[in-house]
Design a protein around this ligand. Structure first.
Ligand SMILES: [Zn+2]
Ligand SMILES: [Zn+2]
Ligand SMILES: [Zn+2]
Ligand SMILES: [Zn+2]
Length: 221
């Protein structure tokens, strides 16, 4: 994969920023558009949370997540946007506690029926794992807390990365498919033409999608 500067668009003002610039920009753009500083811990509180692929940091998202959101709702949101292929298990790890969709007592896990406002606060870094076999690991960080006048706010995408430009390993055109066999040697990215001539089984091919789970298990976006 060629080196490039990961960029994304702010959904609030439609401006484009680098990955590094986005966090700073959003702080002021949130204040201007949907929130105000949460000084008195008011009711309509939400967190600005950044999520990224733990090993694929070019995939990232900034979210506004209301404090009364349950962990299971955030889990479902991450599945819908980035992760779901065939209903694997998932868990959050926050401050040494494991919150699982299917908690196992022997591993000291508890359930996800918890409001994030009771668990998270600005500055906390935490993890999410989807699929305990071919795991996609996400790193999350609570950037800050705000309050809003928006009624019944649900999880909102503030911005996400533009799709990385991944080139075909054979000819250098934009890759559209990935061979789940060859990806382990780091050479599975192909354009449609080269995919046709590719030696592996057709069933090994998955579409190139804008997610840290691209090319894993049966993930099609
Ligand atoms: Zn903006
Ligand atoms: Zn799967
Ligand atoms: Zn090609
Ligand atoms: Zn192959």
């Amino acid at each position: 994969m060629a080196k490039y500067q990961s960029r994304g668009t702010c959904e609030l003002c439609k401006s484009s920023f680098s990955k590094a610039g986005m966090t700073k920009h959003l702080n002021s753009c949130i204040l201007k558009n949907i929130g105000s500083e949460d000084k008195q811990n008011r009711k309509r509180k939400f967190f600005h949370i950044v999520v990224m692929g733990y090993y694929e940091p070019d995939y990232w998202m900034h979210l506004a997540v209301p404090a009364n959101t349950k962990l299971q709702t955030l889990d479902q949101f991450l599945r819908d946007i980035w992760l779901e292929c065939c209903g694997h298990l998932s868990a959050f790890e926050i401050n040494g506690m494991r919150y699982s969709v299917s908690p196992m007592e022997e591993y000291d896990e508890i359930g996800m029926n918890k409001k994030i406002g009771d668990i998270l606060e600005p500055g906390i870094v935490f993890h999410h794992e989807y699929d305990f076999g071919s795991t996609t690991e996400l790193g999350l960080k609570v950037i800050s807390g705000f309050e809003t006048n928006i009624k019944d706010m649900s999880i909102k995408i503030l911005s996400r990365n533009d799709a990385p430009e991944i080139r075909c390993d054979k000819c250098g055109k934009m890759a559209t498919q990935v061979c789940t066999q060859c990806i382990y040697e780091g050479v599975g990215w192909l354009c449609d033409d080269c995919a046709e001539d590719h030696e592996c089984d057709e069933e090994m091919m998955l579409p190139v999608v804008n997610s840290p789970r691209v090319g894993v298990c049966g993930y099609c976006g």
